[in-house]
Write a protein that binds this ligand. Structure first.
Ligand code: COA
Length: 380
């Protein structure tokens, strides 16, 4: 149908999709499980702790979590094993190679939602980018499995830029449109963060949640009447060890340490907070200026969902005043930090009420460090 249509080379967001796991863990449930683990650990090691050989573990607190992060609950693919003090990790039956992988499964659900909202058939899509923090395996690419499950003819590949994977995916997709190499690209971000989170680490056990999002980036020529023009995209990376995960195939080279805590998510939260906030705020203001937008006139910011304090400071710097929920919506209170999917969930759930001509910003930031901005304007 779209085969002979003249393309514009102008990328737009035609639609977004969301898959939210049914199960959710409140801070109260999480802290009760963590504190039971602490109690058992300290009891088991009572003698060594009494003699000073070992340090006791310290309890977590609901008040701290809410105050320090803004998170009240998070969705997970499997609640029971995460809360079991003897397990504290996700558990489900291993799937055979003939079955759809779990990461692909939730990616497909979000992608179908996006396709449906745009009235788009899979055969009209040219490419699938699986842009997420944690792939289920190195190969074959998750994107190709998602492509196959949806029945898309074309190509797909995985890209991992941690929390900024989705915005990096959107710019990549937009560049395909700009160059005329594709007219319709799905950017899928399945984030099963419960797999890389150390549920036994007091500093970070409350941070993450599971989810999947999808963004359909298309040439304006084929977009549905109601869509979002992409006004500009900008990416930035600066190397930092302050958010790090050493899991990888070369762990086999030093098997004695293969299960160490550094093979899961580890961060220096304070440093991340202090270094990323000014970097991102400046990046947004600079990019707005470059594309001739007054940052204080932005109707809404859909910011990365890691920490309400970070978002408050960034939004204040950009808008020139304290932002309210309407200007900078929060989803991390019920979703936790969903890595690359966070700003897309915020956009998905809080964009329908905007009017034609309203300008907003999707912005991500996180490990790498990595940050991405996508300025959009409602059309149609
Ligand atoms: N329960 C109770 N107290 C806790 C706790 C817990 N679960 N975890 C840490 N604390 C305590 C610490 O022991 C420390 O106590 P002290 O002052 O007596 O030493 C105190 O709380 C402050 O710890 P700190 O790690 O500095 O907390 P914070 O205020 O920086 O908040 C984060 C921690 C992770 C919420 C916060 O740094 C953050 O969100 N950073 C942004 C980075 C981010 O989320 N990145 C994810 C990828 S983008």
């Amino acid at each position: 149908m779209t085969q002979h249509m003249q393309m514009t080379g102008r990328p737009v967001i035609s639609s977004t999709g969301l898959f939210t796991p049914e199960e959710s863990i409140t801070n109260e449930e999480l802290v009760a499980s963590f504190n039971e683990y602490v109690r058992r650990y300290n009891e088991k090691n009572a003698d060594a702790i009494a003699s000073g050989e070992m340090q006791p573990l310290t309890e977590s607190s609901v008040e701290f979590i809410e105050k320090a992060s803004g998170i009240k609950a998070r969705h997970v693919m499997a609640k029971e094993p995460v809360l079991d003090p003897n397990v504290m990790a996700p558990r489900w039956p291993q799937r055979s190679n003939d079955e759809l992988s779990i990461l692909a499964e939730i990616g497909v659900k979000a992608a179908r939602d996006a396709l449906e909202r745009a009235g788009r058939k899979p055969e009209d899509v040219d490419a699938v980018l699986c842009a997420a923090s944690n792939m289920e395996r190195p190969y074959p690419a998750m994107a190709i499995e998602i492509q196959q499950a949806l029945g898309i003819d074309g190509f797909g590949f995985d890209m991992n830029v941690a929390c900024s994977s989705a915005t990096f995916g959107i710019q990549t997709a937009a560049d395909y449109i700009r160059a005329g190499n594709a007219k319709s690209v799905l950017v899928v971000s399945p984030e099963i963060t419960s797999g890389h989170l150390n549920w036994r680490d007091r500093d970070s056990h409350f941070i993450f949640g599971d989810v999947a999002t999808a963004v359909l980036v298309e040439d304006a020529a084929i977009a549905p009447e109601e869509h979002w023009d992409i006004l500009g995209t900008k990416l930035k990376t600066v190397f930092s060890n302050n958010i790090r995960n050493n899991f990888g195939f070369l762990n086999r080279a030093y098997p004695e340490d293969a299960g160490g805590p550094d093979k899961l998510f580890v961060q220096e939260g304070r440093k991340v907070f202090k270094e990323v906030v000014p970097m991102v705020a400046q990046m947004i203001v600079d990019e707005a200026e470059r594309i001739d937008i007054d940052p204080t006139s932005l109707r809404r910011l859909w910011l990365h969902q890691a920490n309400t304090g970070m978002n408050r400071l960034i939004a204040h710097r950009v808008l020139g005043h304290e932002a309210n929920e309407d200007e900078s919506p929060t989803v991390l209170d019920t979703y936790g930090n969903t890595s690359s999917a966070g700003s897309i969930i915020a956009f998905h759930l809080h964009s329908e009420d905007l009017q034609e001509g309203d300008t907003g910003l999707i912005c991500s930031f996180g490990a790498g460090y990595s940050a991405g901005t996508v300025f959009v304007r409602k059309a149609g």
